[in-house]
Design a protein around this ligand. Structure first.
Ligand code: BEZ
Length: 227
């Protein structure tokens, strides 16, 4: 099955290191990250799971539930978890799916037969609160992913969802943003009472909106605004 951005994330019920989990129940009303790794007891995966566990408070802050997957059995996951804690210094603190029948891997097209017909590739799916697929990453087995980048994209996606801004090249949290083209100047006046800078009619720069109730409060107070 091919999954594309904007599709509804397929629901499933699966065995995990934290018991049987229904995916939608696990996500609740929040966001999710579902990511696969090729195999238990492999070096790159060990570092990735340790790092993701270390970053869990950052995912929590953003109301994002994490769930991993590999096509090994639960017993192997539990054994490997000891190695992850020992070598990476952080214990697993999110469920890992034991997808030995490849049910979830097939549902999310995580096996790319010309790379390997037995192991999953390194897939990442970010799922929004509306259960739609917001981001898909596919990495080869030999390259560990950058989970800071996953957090960066989630920050961008959540800003778009809450404040109708997009984020420019190499954007980092706190940098200026771009008013999405769907927002007219009339609408922008209401949404961004602090003003914005028009470089071109289609390129309107605003300081990053905050989550404050007062949308006129900007993170970057020195920004030269116009409206
Ligand atoms: C790893 O996770 O270390 C790995 C898995 C498959 C191939 C190469 C590396």
């Amino acid at each position: 099955m091919t999954i594309r951005l904007g599709d509804t994330a397929p629901d499933f019920t699966a065995e995990t290191t934290e018991g049987t989990i229904n995916f939608y129940d696990y996500l609740g009303d929040g966001w999710g990250v579902l990511f696969s790794h090729p195999k238990d007891f492999t070096p790159v995966c060990t570092t990735e799971l340790g790092e993701t566990a270390r970053l869990k408070p950052e995912f929590d802050k953003r109301n994002v539930k994490i769930i991993g997957l590999s096509v090994d059995l639960s017993d192997a996951h539990h054994e490997w978890a000891k190695d992850i804690e020992e070598t990476q210094g952080t214990a697993l603190n999110f469920p890992v799916i034991a997808d030995h029948d490849k049910k979830v891997a097939d549902l999310y097209d995580m096996i790319h037969p010309n790379a390997s017909d037995t192991m999953t590739v390194r897939s990442v799916f970010v799922i929004g609160a509306d259960k739609k697929i917001k981001l898909i990453l596919t990495y080869p087995a030999s390259t560990g992913r950058n989970f800071d980048e996953v957090l960066r994209v989630i920050d961008s996606l959540q800003l778009t969802a809450k404040h109708s801004v997009a984020t420019p090249v190499n954007w980092k949290n706190g940098d200026d943003c771009i008013i999405v083209p769907a927002v007219t100047d009339e609408q922008a006046k209401e949404k961004f009472p602090g003003g914005w800078k028009t470089l071109k009619p289609y390129l309107r720069i605003v300081p990053q909106p905050t989550d404050d109730a007062d949308m006129g409060a900007w993170i970057n107070a020195e920004f030269p605004v116009e409206s």
